[in-house]
Design a protein around this ligand. Structure first.
Ligand code: NAD
Length: 479
């Protein structure tokens, strides 16, 4: 049994409680590691370490901070295979996927912000008899809280800009997928990150995340996770005037017009529907297809899902989908498939659990396509976050825009059309923080990332993240 440790003040430590939570391998449905069941005492210990480290780290030159972040990026890249296997074991995603996407991106996150901080500049405003200049100063001790779907990828997406900007950090990974955050703590020690600059506290959301949120001296919370928890963080943090960045749930529309590049749309739609078992906040779970193309699309989409979207153990190179992350999540997804049937939906393919040989106790679900549901039913309004999509025909641009926008969420959207005017019209009118036209999940780390409505508050990425993790101060000097 592997034992995970907290990383506090440069050391790998047991939780103050001495208690541990079970950590499951979703591919087999068995416990394989123990996660610290930390509590307020560990958060306080991490705060003391981060607070003590702040004066020196914030005064460390940008060149030196950048050098250390580059070193962490190098070490993640050098440990690609080991980290990919660990991520897959912890999360259930295929090893090939973790190796192609999750771990390279975690390294890129550090490398990107190691470079970005060297280019981050402030403004000066001249008056006839005076000059104003703006300082961008680190906040102090900040908190980051992340989810289980892209564990190391999203964990580092917050930590890297926070550290680059000169803050010290208390980071809480998901208790469901803690392993790569733990391995990262070992790499930070190897990289020579000074003690206390990054502290990783493992454990339950209510015992660790909630304590971080209500801590009077933690200056900001950067959160990625469900809308339910984001709302709770906002409720607690707002009266404390704490800075918050919330990246939350989505129910993203994938809008397909008959004039699209059909082959590209089809192969991309398979990915945007089922990649990472559909557990990416950016997956297009509501697929709207122009009526004249609907029957052709439906036949091809179902056929290709059945013939190419193999579900199996994450260790197999042939598995396109691995296991979903936990028993609770597995049951939630299956309950939504039942709901879809109750609401009158027709399951075109999938709809059931899968039991691969030798992995009968793992949590596998077939990629599932549902039709025949109205846009306003629960299946089409609530986030399922699994390998489940609905398809629905539309006649006009106005009609599909209403379907797309008539929902509490507004994270991302995908539009397939060769008509540039239409692409621009819909991009402007759609309620989403991110619009992809004729592509999906093509990411430039400089661009603003986040959602509107119940999907997000604030933006990550590029200088937006560096602005979030700094406070502007204007200095006015009269001559
Ligand atoms: P979750 O909200 O259950 O948990 C996220 C994190 O918050 C975990 O570390 C958890 O321990 C912690 N937490 C739980 N309760 C807390 C509390 N009261 N106070 C503070 N922290 C608390 O989400 P999840 O199930 O881990 O992740 C799935 C969700 O994340 C989905 O809704 C998905 O859409 C969303 N997500 C959004 C984005 C995005 O960029 N918008 C990216 C990935 C995932």
């Amino acid at each position: 049994m592997k034992i995970i440790h907290n990383y506090i003040n440069g050391k790998l430590l047991a939780p103050e409680s001495g208690a541990y939570l079970d950590n499951y391998n979703p591919a087999k449905g068995e416990v394989y590691a123990k996660v610290p069941d930390s509590d307020v005492r560990d958060v306080e210990r991490a705060y003391a370490a981060a607070n003590a480290a702040f004066p020196a780290w914030s005064a460390t030159s940008i060149t030196e901070r950048s050098r250390i972040l580059h070193k962490i990026a190098d070490l993640i890249a050098a440990n690609l295979d080991r980290l990919a296997v660990a991520e897959s074991l912890d999360n259930g995603k295929p090893i090939w996927l973790a190796k192609q996407v999750d771990i390279p991106r975690a390294s890129s996150n550090f490398r990107f912000f190691a470079q970005a901080i060297t280019q981050f500049a402030t403004q000066a405003h001249e008056m006839t008899d005076a000059i104003n200049y703006t300082l961008r100063q680190p906040l102090g001790v900040v908190g980051t809280i992340s989810p289980w779907n892209l564990p190391l990828y999203l964990f580092t997406w917050k930590i890297a800009p926070a550290l680059a900007a000169g803050n010290t950090v208390i980071a809480k990974p998901s208790e469901v997928t803690p392993m790569t955050a733990f391995l990262l703590s070992e790499l930070c020690i190897e990289a020579g990150l000074p003690k206390g600059v990054l502290n990783i506290v493992h454990g339950d959301g209510l015992k660790v995340g909630a304590e971080m949120t209500k801590h009077p001296k933690i200056k900001a919370i950067s959160f990625t996770g469900s809308t339910r928890v984001g709302r709770e963080i906002a409720r607690v943090a707002a009266p404390m005037f704490k800075k918050i960045s919330l990246e939350m749930g989505g129910k993203n529309p994938n809008i397909i017009f008959a004039d699209c590049n059909y082959e590209k749309m089809l192969t991309t739609t398979l990915r945007s529907s089922f990649a990472n078992q559909g557990q990416i906040c950016l997956c297009g779970s509501r697929v709207f297809v122009e009526a004249s193309l609907y029957e052709r699309f439906k036949a091809d989409f179902v056929r290709l899902t059945q013939s190419t979207m193999q579900v199996g153990p994450p260790t197999e190179a042939t598995s396109k989908l691995g296991a979903v992350v936990s028993k609770a999540h597995y049951e939630k997804i299956l309950s939504y498939i039942e709901l879809a049937k109750e609401e009158g939906g027709t399951i075109l393919t999938g709809g059931k659990a899968v039991f691969p040989a030798g992995h009968e106790h793992g949590w596998y679900i077939e990629p599932t396509i549902i039709e025949g549901l109205p846009a306003d039913c629960r299946t089409n309004q609530e986030e399922i976050f699994g390998p489940v999509v609905t398809i629905m025909p539309f006649e006009t641009e106005a009609e599909v825009l209403a379907y797309a926008n008539d929902i509490p969420y507004g994270l991302s959207s995908t539009i397939w059309t060769e008509n540039i005017s239409r692409a621009n019209r819909i991009s402007k009118a759609i309620d989403a923080g991110i619009v992809w036209v004729n592509t999906w999940l093509l990411r430039d780390l400089r661009t603003p990332f986040g959602g509107v409505k119940h999907s997000g508050v604030g933006r990550e990425g590029g200088f937006e993240a560096l602005r979030f993790f700094t406070e502007a101060k204007n200095v006015c000097i009269q001559f």
